[in-house]
Ligand binder design. Structure first.
Ligand code: SAM
Length: 296
């Protein structure tokens, strides 16, 4: 069945009826491309057993497809006018719950209960990273996220060495990312400046590496990336110093040697496994005590 909500004319008419000028601050770029919509829906592999959390349903273009393919749909919309309008668009749907609020503040556990769930959304771009981080760390965590993000953000998330970033590590630690499709900018009203991507993040059963303290592990990675263009022999002690952790260059060289990482390499080239070894070696060196001002 054709999605009756998706033409640019329908979207503009709905915005006019609400007297709503799309807000850049809220990332209000409404999808008008049936092909992109199908990519999202098929990547989510929905069945009537699924509970879906949709972030930012907007005018309901994607919500319509989710209601048809999933069991339950929980749509969280910050914009009061859009949230208030949504239930009236789908009077036939008894599987829709609309929550007006900031997705980063609502209690997901209370909404989904014990059930496993999927996140499917065309994300507001301004807070993409915050939303991804939130749903990778929140309890309960979704089994999969299928999300529309800016193309360049998707590329950074799926990167491999030698093109890694803190963002890539922080996603890949928890999930396996893949780009499902490229979506041209003119697939939205209003059109953003850049293309988008449908990105699929599948939660790993276990994090990619085992570390005793995740926050400390990511502090080590962030320290290495603070001066990403420099060799690790300099970038690591400088980055740690920037975080208030003092380690002499000689000690940093010993840490890298213990981890089996060439000190001439740059942060972007390391695998997460290598960062885990650097982190363990750093903690051992810190515990040995001769150089420390604080624990890493
Ligand atoms: N799903 C619609 C579509 O595909 O056409 C709209 C997507 S639009 C890119 C992003 C939506 O997220 C907007 O409706 C916006 O109002 C909403 N939004 C922005 N910030 C939000 C937040 N913090 N929590 C929930 N929704 C938010």
């Amino acid at each position: 069945m054709e999605n009756p909500y998706i033409t640019p004319g329908r979207v503009r008419a709905a915005l006019n009826a609400l007297d709503l000028r799309p807000s850049r601050e809220l990332g209000q770029n409404f999808l008008v491309d049936p092909g992109a919509l199908q990519e999202i829906v098929s990547a989510a592999e929905l069945s009537s057993d699924d509970t879906v959390v949709e972030i930012g349903p907007g005018l309901g273009v994607l919500t319509y497809e989710l209601l048809r393919h999933a069991g339950q749909v929980i749509a969280i919309e910050l914009d009061k006018r859009l949230a208030a309008r949504l239930p009236g668009e789908f009077p036939w749907a008894d599987n829709l719950t609309v929550v007006q609020g900031d997705v980063l503040r609502v209690n997901i556990g209370e909404l989904v209960g014990e059930k496993s769930y999927k996140v499917v959304a065309n994300l507001p771009y301004q807070i993409t990273s915050a939303i991804i981080r939130h749903f990778l760390e929140v309890t309960p965590t979704p089994q999969v996220l299928v999300i529309m993000v800016q193309w360049e953000v998707a590329e950074r998330i799926v990167a491999k060495p030698p093109n890694m970033s803190v963002l890539a590590h922080s996603v890949q630690y928890y999930a396996e990312p893949s780009i499902v499709a490229r979506v041209p900018a003119d697939s939205f009203v209003p059109a953003p400046k850049v293309d988008s991507a449908v990105l699929r993040l599948v939660r790993r059963p276990q994090p990619l590496v085992q570390v005793d303290d995740v926050d400390a592990f990511f502090r080590t990675i962030k320290a290495g990336f603070l001066q990403a263009r420099k060799k690790l022999s300099n970038a690591l002690p400088n980055g740690l110093a920037g975080m208030g952790i003092t380690i002499e260059k000689d000690a940093a060289l010993q840490v890298l040697a213990m981890a089996g990482v060439d000190p001439a390499r740059r942060a972007e080239t390391l695998t997460m496994e290598e960062w885990a070894r650097v982190h363990v070696a750093l903690r051992q060196r810190m515990r040995a005590g001769d150089n420390t001002a604080a624990e890493a």
